[in-house]
Design a protein around this ligand. Structure first.
Ligand code: ATP
Ligand code: LTN
Length: 333
């Protein structure tokens, strides 16, 4: 291997990917391909921490892959695979479970949020979700993990687990760093702009799905919640301005201009005009991705072939780490 650094990231096939997933994560992944060895996975083991319909998980796993490629991830350049196709993830996760404390898992915001939302199914997998995520990353000795802001706490615990393990057994794991995209790291709900845009929101008006048709996208942006002040200005942390802040962030991320530049262009203009322009810009950003996606999703054999090759390549890399871990903890290898 050359001295290029390693990137690892993934998304769960738990729903249709949103504009938040694209701007906060995948768009950044595409750019990183130039300078790094990139590995991007479909995290189906994580997905079942919340009850799912099996046929949906199966279908969405390929949809996520098709969308990765449509967004610009090149299968000849980056490794893409399905998490459950490489058993090393579950195997390392078990070992790491024995090096993770209940107390640190109890502090995880995502666990608290998800157990409040699914109070009828607070399962052990939901609790140890961050340990599996740590295994995903550490198996590949990843240097960087590009994620949205909501995942930074999970990267922190991954680093803690790795450092704890290394302190006992020597340098087994590379200590990874989280990587936030410059813009769009936290896209908020269009209906409750203090909450992050989430593909599992029960109100479909709250998110833009990458699968929405162009009219629906425009309508959703035009009906985004704002405020009655009528001033287009970015005010970080001001709750009343959360809706406008979010639309400014979205416009900045899709147009590649700074938030300040966008805000000054629209200062003094009305919300109606601004929303119409944001809608147009988002539609133009998603349209070519959708066209490519529609073509790819019909070629199941091609997608399955990428999964197969990806799992083989991923398995070869992770095998080394898992063997080393097994040896260190005393398993007979
Ligand atoms: P769910 O809402 O079902 O928990 P999710 O969309 O948060 O799912 P993933 O699909 O696993 O979870 O997330 C994939 C990537 O997208 C992660 O890097 C995550 O940080 C990022 N991401 C998710 N939502 C947003 C958002 N609203 N803004 C920016 N980045 C986001
Ligand atoms: N929890 C992540 C998805 C995920 C992930 C990972 C991201 C699972 N394992 C490893 C980066 C690296 C989320 O975005 N919800």
């Amino acid at each position: 291997m050359d001295d290029k650094k390693i990137i690892f990231s993934g998304t769960q096939p738990s729903g249709n990917l949103t504009l938040g997933n694209y701007l906060g994560a995948i768009k950044n992944w595409v750019e990183l391909q130039k300078d790094y060895h990139c590995i991007y996975a479909m995290m189906d083991l994580h997905t079942i921490t919340v009850r799912q319909t099996p046929a949906d998980v199966r279908r969405r796993t390929l949809e996520v892959l098709a969308l990765y490629i449509a967004c610009g991830i090149d299968p000849d350049e980056s490794i893409m695979f399905v998490q459950s196709h490489n058993p090393a993830h579950a195997e390392l996760a078990w070992v790491l479970n024995c090096y993770t404390y209940m107390g640190e898992l109890q502090r995880m915001t995502q666990f608290k949020d998800k157990s409040a939302r699914h109070s009828d199914n607070i399962n052990a997998g939901l609790f140890t979700y961050p340990v599996l995520m740590a295994a995903d990353i550490l198996l590949y000795q990843a240097d960087y993990v590009p994620v949205g802001k909501d995942q930074m706490q999970h990267i922190e615990i991954c680093r803690d687990i790795a450092q704890r393990f290394n302190a006992i057994y020597g340098d087994v794991f590379k200590i990874p760093e989280g990587l936030l995209s410059k813009s769009g790291a936290k896209i908020m709900s269009l209906q409750e702009p203090m909450k992050k845009m989430s593909k599992s929101d029960e109100n479909p008006k709250a998110y833009i799905s990458m699968m929405d048709d162009m009219n629906t996208i425009a309508k959703k942006i035009k009906s985004a919640v704002t405020d009655s002040e009528g001033v287009i200005e970015y005010r970080e942390g001001d709750e009343a301005k959360a809706g406008i802040n979010n639309l400014l962030s979205i416009m900045s991320a899709v147009s590649g201009r700074s938030i300040e530049a966008v805000a000054s262009e629209y200062s003094g203009k009305g919300y109606g005009d601004f929303k119409a322009d944001v809608a147009q810009a988002v539609v133009e950003c998603i349209r070519p991705i959708r066209a490519e996606y529609d073509r790819l999703i019909n070629d199941k054999a091609y997608l399955m072939d990428i999964c197969k090759k990806g799992a083989e390549s991923a398995g070869k890399i992770s095998e080394r780490t898992l063997k080393k871990v097994y040896k260190k903890v005393g398993f007979l290898v």
